[in-house]
Design a binder for this molecule. Structure first.
Ligand code: GTP
Ligand code: SPV
Ligand code: MN
Length: 588
């Protein structure tokens, strides 16, 4: 399929290492993918679902010990430890290659080695980058075929002499937790993942390439790879404003990206378009603005909680050509179910662990909290007409956000770019089931990139500051949101989901200079009367609570920030120290 010697040589080396019975290059044809689906069903890796109700849909169950990203087993293997920084796990590259090769050696015996050429980003886009993933898992091949642009076309466009591509080796081995490693070698454009079969650990184009390796490339090449959704809001005049938003894993990116406007907005003619739900690659365009491309071609979304009311666009996206992972199988009609889908759990089901499950009497959840769907982007009713545009879309606002029970208000705006970078750098959020470990503990997660930044986070902050200098007055405005603030009883104060458009509306008005704001110690907040709450059943007191900035609480926050910042030592940009000092001063 290619004459590119750098690719052929590397694939040859991998073949010698893992010793498969045969090698199959994935050309991207429907015939080839269909034959792989059939094989995966025969092998028991996939279950074919009801093709009348869910055409082209399959489900898969991972091993019980392999249901989420493993941050403790994820490494940035830069030559110098210092370059990985204090927030990443590091191992020496030479020793790590040796260890990983020992684990992977001979592990494809009796199996087929699949070679997947893929493009992150529309194939002809200047933003796009190419990778090759070698895997022994058909599940990985079929997921990559949804999540990225794959096959012959990618190689043809890439050419025979180019060496700027990312090497990715995935070996399932024994799915042994103890020997599970997700390792990145940013200086070698290389990723090696062993002993896992879970999405974020093995779909190497996604977090491994499009964030960890790409963030490193972006620093060197002066662009940005971010854990951000991209959406467009069309107003009644037909003007579309594009926004990106960085929220940590399972904190609402997919939901916001596919938002359906509340009735009042719909009637006026507002529309929301989805460009991406997880990752944005952004660079300066010819007009000086920041332009964003979604490097992915599908959605690897959280299933639980997805329903007709919370996210109808996501639900519509998973009706065909979708792979479900770790959900409940309904044996009565061979469809799928998860907590929060509807109030009719199957009586005759199989849970994510593969055991029979009766949704009425069961005490345990049927679907894993991090069960996911892999759906083609083109299925999404709200998909933007710019989705595959090689240039991407121009960004007016960048939003940071996380899950915070208190302290952080519903929305506020930074004073300027560098203050916005500061706000991103002090982000904190309660952990979720997207990664293994304790759920619900607040941790610092700068720009929602803590698990995904492929180099020293202090240098990453400096890169953000530098991008602001490059963009100058064309830089997007920066905001922070919190949909998750709670009252004393633990109820969410803000309805969220579709109603989040009310906040985007204020954000856009701010970008256009159409609305005033109240200056507080932490930044600009909306005046209550400037939020459109028409048709919303919310008490004035709740809104006041949502918009409260309690200086005492924030002073408490300062301590945690200082502690976090200390980790970065000399690498913490002076600008961030200045920002912290002036916040402290404004608060007291
Ligand atoms: P990753 O794919 O892990 O990066 O996550 P994501 O950021 O795309 O998260 P997603 O949109 O899938 O949301 C995950 C969870 O947040 C689901 O349980 C949602 O129901 C919940 N959620 C999303 N938006 C809102 C909101 O506006 N309010 C509330 N209360 N919950 C929300
Ligand atoms: C996340 O955890 O942020 C995800 C899912 O988007 S995964 O692909 O597993 O990383
Ligand atoms: Mn994500």
């Amino acid at each position: 399929m290619t004459k590119n010697e750098t690719m052929l040589n590397w694939v040859g080396e991998m073949r010698e290492l893992v010793q498969p019975d045969e090698v199959v290059w994935i050309d991207g044809s429907q015939e080839q993918l269909e034959s792989l689906r059939i094989k995966a069903c025969n092998d028991g890796d996939l279950i074919k679902l009801n093709q009348d109700k869910l055409p082209g849909c399959y489900m898969h169950r991972t091993a019980l010990n392999d249901v989420a990203r493993v941050e403790a087993k994820t490494f940035i293997c830069s030559r110098k430890q210092e370059d990985a920084g204090p927030t990443n796990n590091w191992m020496d590259p030479a020793q790590t290659y040796k260890m990983l090769y020992n684990i992977a050696r001979g592990s494809y015996k009796g199996k087929t080695m699949y070679v997947i050429p893929y493009s992150m980003g529309p194939i002809t886009s200047n933003h796009a980058k190419v990778g090759i993933e070698v895997t022994d898992s058909i599940y990985v091949v079929l997921n990559m075929a949804i999540m990225t642009r794959i096959g012959k076309e990618v190689l043809t466009h890439f050419g025979d002499t180019n060496n700027d591509w990312v090497r990715g080796l995935h070996a399932s081995c024994d799915i042994d937790e103890e020997k599970r490693y997700i390792c990145h070698f940013p200086e070698d454009n290389t990723i090696i993942s062993v002993n896992s079969g879970y999405g974020g650990n093995v779909l190497l184009g996604k977090k491994c390439f499009a964030l960890r390796i790409a963030s490193y490339q972006g620093k060197n090449e002066k662009w940005m790879a971010e854990h951000m959704l991209i959406l467009g809001v069309e107003n009644p005049q037909g003007e579309i404003t594009y926004i990106t938003a960085a929220f940590p894993s399972a904190c609402g990116k997919t939901n916001l990206a596919m938002l359906i406007p509340p009735e009042g907005y719909r009637k006026k003619g507002y529309k929301v378009y989805t460009v991406g739900d997880d990752i944005a690659w952004m660079r300066q365009g010819a007009d000086g603005r920041l332009w964003a491309v979604n490097p992915e071609n599908g959605f690897f979304g959280v299933a639980p909680g997805t329903n007709q009311k919370s996210n109808p666009n996501a639900l519509a996206s998973v009706q065909k050509g979708t792979i479900f992972t770790n959900v409940v199988q309904n044996l009565d009609d061979n469809t799928v179910w998860w907590e929060g889908l509807d109030k009719n759990p199957p009586r005759n089901g199989i849970d994510w662990k593969g055991k029979s499950w009766d949704g009425v009497t069961a005490e345990e959840k049927g679907a894993h909290p991090n069960s996911r769907f892999t759906a083609p982007a083109e299925n999404c009713p709200s998909i933007s007409k710019e989705f595959s545009s090689p240039l991407g879309v121009p960004i007016s606002a960048i939003i940071f956000g996380g899950r915070r029970q208190k302290t952080t208000p519903l929305v506020y705006q930074s004073k300027d770019w560098n203050h916005g970078v500061f706000i991103g750098s002090i982000m904190a959020s309660e952990t979720t089931a997207a990664a293994t470990g304790q759920v619900g503990v607040v941790r610092r997660d700068p720009m929602a990139m803590l698990p995904f930044c492929g180099y020293h986070m202090g240098d990453y902050f400096a890169h953000w500051i530098e991008m602001g200098e490059i963009l100058g007055d064309k830089a997007p405005k920066i905001f922070n949101v919190n949909w998750f603030r709670q009252d004393e009883e633990g109820n969410y104060l803000w309805p969220g989901f579709g109603d989040n458009l009310r906040i985007l509306d204020w954000i856009i008005a701010r970008c256009e200079g159409k609305v005033n704001a109240k200056e507080t110690a932490i930044g600009y907040l909306p005046y209550l009367e400037d939020l459109n709450i028409e048709g919303l059943d919310i008490q004035k007191e709740a809104l006041e609570q949502l918009l409260e900035v309690n200086n005492e609480d924030w002073l408490g926050e300062i301590h945690g920030i200082e502690e976090f910042y200390q980790k970065f030592g000399d690498k913490l940009p002076d600008e961030m120290k200045k920002q912290l000092a002036s916040l402290k001063e404004r608060l007291s």
